[in-house]
Write a protein that binds this ligand. Sequence first.
Ligand code: NAP
Length: 264
Amino acid sequence: MFALAGKSVVVTGASKGIGKGIASVFARADANVAVVARNAEQVAACAAELDLLGTGRVIGAVTDVCDPESCTALARTVTDAFGGIDVVCANAGIFPEAPLATMTPQQLDEVLDVNVKGTVYTVQSCLDGLRASSAGRIILTSSITGPLTGFPGWSHYGASKAAQLGFMRTAAVELAPHGITVNAVLPGNILTEGLVEMGEDYIASMTRSIPAGTLGRPDDIGYLAAFLATDEAAYITGQAISVDGGQVLPETPEAVLPLDAATS
Ligand code: NAP
């Protein structure tokens, strides 16, 4: 049960952070994995590192998900290397801060281009491969921010992450006759390179708001993505699933108990 060995998996934004965690879980499950990002050096280093983890092959594919032609080339590269495409994890995303009052059109475009259009282009380019697969799977990395919560300075980001879910629901309906499922993972706060750039104060305040008492790890997202990619998850589609240590649950900050409450 839950076998992923030999599946052909595309993970965008995989040179670091959550995408690397997702790619690493698939590599450990003996899948063939394409590590996708823009920085060629980081892509090559990550692919070489993950290639050691399982019996499948891990390759790098330098791609800008904002560019449809680059995404088409990605699909061709993966199909040539692995003989098809079974799983697409559209994870690449950016989260620069831009308060609403001062947000420029360029800042808005940049976030929508990567997070929304990049998701659509990635999925579109891999459709032929997914249709040919016996169990095509699309897994989007959305966020709790937007679909479930708000945070000052990230209204454009929240809009982009909610837009991914709108896309997911119609794509799930369109692709269901082809046996393809489309689901989204909603990470809470996951300790990645991108999150570290938000600063220590941000991380400390987020940690205090999480009932589990700790930020998540990239692998935590990878484990859900891996399950959604299995043959056994065939009847789950159009769903948004949070992986957040319970972060969205407390009604007040006081409802988050200190960790030592577990012993009292
Ligand atoms: P990260 O550490 O900054 O990594 C982002 C990855 O995306 C890198 O591999 C980056 O490589 C790639 N990327 C960025 N723009 C790209 C483009 N145009 N084309 C291809 N690849 C691109 O970010 P992260 O924290 O892992 O976040 C990953 C995803 O999770 C994002 O969608 C984010 O919104 C979501 N998320 C994260 C958190 C969190 O707590 N970390 C929470 C909720 C949701 P290059 O720059 O070399 O292209």
